[in-house]
Design a protein around this ligand. Structure first.
Ligand SMILES: Nc1ncnc2c1ncn2[C@@H]1O[C@H](COP(=O)(O)OP(=O)(O)O)[C@@H](O)[C@H]1O
Ligand SMILES: [Mg+2]
Length: 247
């Protein structure tokens, strides 16, 4: 079966440093795939390449069999790639609801018969549903800049889901969350429909093992291992990467 996402030979250079050096990655439909590795391994850079924010110096990215290598972030979002950043990216002066409406607008279904405001109304309905699902209903009217860090993180997930992604790219979503918030996040990701595949960068192995059915280990811009959580747990390269410090 054609994978949902296939990256082949992805290379990104910053001067003499190869942040990524010929990385291959495959994510199947509905898969929960973790990307782990030490600080500076290239995890964020790889998500940037997959989401279209960074243009690779080499390699190709296919989404559901279509070559998306040359597409930017907006075009990839329209094709089903949603992205959560290492630091939440929201519009501080807009309310939580407005943030999700803005994210939903390009994807709001056009009604059969055009009438003024219909698209916005559809986006507002989507926003209401997403805020409810992420436990943010009560803060819908609060400017994003005034939300607590954990709530902004939830808000960014709501924004990504409003784009109806087939693949959600999550960069260390548990970072900076309280234990209670991490529990909520795990629960939420567990309940995410399998129509949405997840590529999760995470240094907390308990979360990786609780959530993921596939793990890829990056180190110095290269894939050193890929397998089931049990295989990865037993493998030498991973223990070595850990001994050198994980981020
Ligand atoms: N914009 C940039 N300019 C120069 N070097 C960068 C840039 N972004 C990342 N790097 C370098 O690329 C490597 C991989 O970084 P990154 O993808 O952020 O790693 P990780 O997310 O695994 O910690 C690091 O050595 C980092 O310093
Ligand atoms: Mg990173």
């Amino acid at each position: 079966m054609t994978p949902l996402l296939s990256a082949r030979g992805v290379t990104v250079r910053y001067g003499s440093l190869a942040a990524l050096d010929g990385v291959d990655l495959r994510v199947d439909h509905g898969q929960r795939h973790a990307l782990i590795g030490p600080n500076g391994a290239g995890k964020t850079t790889l998500l940037d390449v997959l989401g279209g924010a960074t243009r690779a110096d080499g390699g190709r990215v296919h989404l559901a069999g279509r070559d998306v290598t040359r597409l930017g972030p907006a075009a990839r979002a329209r094709r089903g790639i949603g992205r959560i950043h290492q630091r939440p990216a929201t519009w501080s002066s807009l309310t939580a609801t407005e943030n999700v409406v803005v994210a939903a607008l390009p994807h709001a279904v056009r009604p059969g018969r055009w009438r003024p405001g219909a698209k916005r109304a559809a986006a507002e309905r989507t926003a209401g549903v997403m805020l409810e699902r992420l436990g943010l209903r009560d803060v819908g009217g609060v400017p994003a800049g005034r939300l607590a860090h954990g709530q902004r993180r939830q808000l960014e997930i709501a924004m990504a889901l409003a784009g109806r992604p087939r693949l959600l790219l999550l960069d260390e979503p548990a970072a900076g969350l309280s234990a209670v918030e991490v529990g909520g996040l795990v629960e939420f990701l567990r309940n995410l429909p399998r129509a949405v595949a997840v590529l999760l960068v995470e240094h907390r192995l308990d979360l990786v093992y609780a959530l993921c059915d596939r793990v890829t280990v990056l180190r110095d811009g290269r894939t050193v291992a890929t397998g089931t959580p049990a295989e990865i747990r037993a493998s030498g390269p991973v223990r070595q990467a850990w001994a050198e410090g994980v981020s």
